[in-house]
Design a protein around this ligand. Sequence first.
Ligand SMILES: NC(=O)c1ccc[n+]([C@@H]2O[C@H](COP(=O)([O-])OP(=O)(O)OC[C@H]3O[C@@H](n4cnc5c(N)ncnc54)[C@H](O)[C@@H]3O)[C@@H](O)[C@H]2O)c1
Length: 386
Amino acid sequence: MPPSETKTRIDWIASSCRLLQSTAAEFARTRPFTGLTIGTAIHLEPKTAALLTTLQAGGARLVATGNLNSTQPETIAYLSAHDIAVIGEQTTDAAAHGRFLDAILAEKPDLLLDNGGDLFARVAERGYPALRGGTEETTSGRARLAPLRDAIKVPVLVINDSPIKQFAENRHAVGQSLFESYMRFTNRSTNGKRVTVFGYGACGKGVAACFRNAYSVVSVVDVNPVTTLEAHLDGFATPLREQAIRGADVLVTVTGAPDIITAIDLPLLKDGAILINGGHLPHEIAVAAIAADKSVVETMRYPSEGIETFRFSDGRTIHVLGEGHMANLAGPRPLGNSVESMDLGFTLQARCLERVAHGIGPGHCVVPVPADIDAAVAEAYLAINR
Ligand SMILES: NC(=O)c1ccc[n+]([C@@H]2O[C@H](COP(=O)([O-])OP(=O)(O)OC[C@H]3O[C@@H](n4cnc5c(N)ncnc54)[C@H](O)[C@@H]3O)[C@@H](O)[C@H]2O)c1
């Protein structure tokens, strides 16, 4: 019998991140982060573990915490076993999360890897001289940090603003993983279902395409008329908001903006409607206000399934998935976006941190990934996959 070994899912993910593996092998030779501490606040799930061990291979000391709700205990155990200090635990308590972020910054990291702007928003209030700069992963984080440029001062490269991140992750991978999450949470079919997607940005385009490919009848609602025209020309229905809500079996929010579906909309919702959020923050569906609305006469919770069902006085029910948190990182067995998309995005992260560590200049506060890094990462991915 040949030798056999039982491995974990994190091992599977790490071995599937081929770009990060080759980057780690290079970093082990070049050691770009020797003597530096990197503080991170990003979803602690298996693909992030592959990124953090890559940075560690480059000589970094790491102090890591997660984002609200998405921290996975197995990932904490894996990182701890690899000498990566993890602060905090899975929580939906914003105050507790804030304390974890403060503890990261108390270590005075030389570089920060942020996801949603939580760390750099604090830096804007109380920066420190050792900070060289860092990276921000998301659309929501860029929107939050751009007005704070004058206070942040140090270079911050926004991974989301790389075209690679836009098409590889936001468009293709978020669409697939939110679609997968709808099926995973509900075990319901998509065929013939009326699906309304709120937001036709990069993420919304992928979501709309995935449901259409699965035989749903898809409508798009976007506040931007130019984007709505694009959805129309892409062949999606673009009804007015109220009509789109009335007809929908499934409502997906993926805008980055708050209060996309609120308690005011409850009378419009169809009996049995399913609400699912893909935006970064759990504020697109106003779940607390919906739960507290006087028309709700009964709430049924299925904690292990991540489903809440609200029954109204007129007999209708609606279902909210993952308490309105990003569904692809919530609920039972949350897998997040595909390995390949995250391998690309996290290789951009590693290369951008390497660039900031070695000086990119103060004019780079909240700016896109430099074009030469995009080109090098694209070449490397194509070379592996040819
Ligand atoms: N779930 C994930 O894994 C994942 C991954 C990447 C990004 N995100 C998040 O998804 C969200 C969207 O990201 P994106 O890259 O598509 O952003 P984007 O800026 O490209 O698109 C957002 C779209 O929403 C529209 N919009 C804004 N307010 C609206 C409203 N009130 N009603 C309807 N439409 C509205 C905008 O006009 C825009 O077209 C962000 O919060 C981002 O952080 C999630």
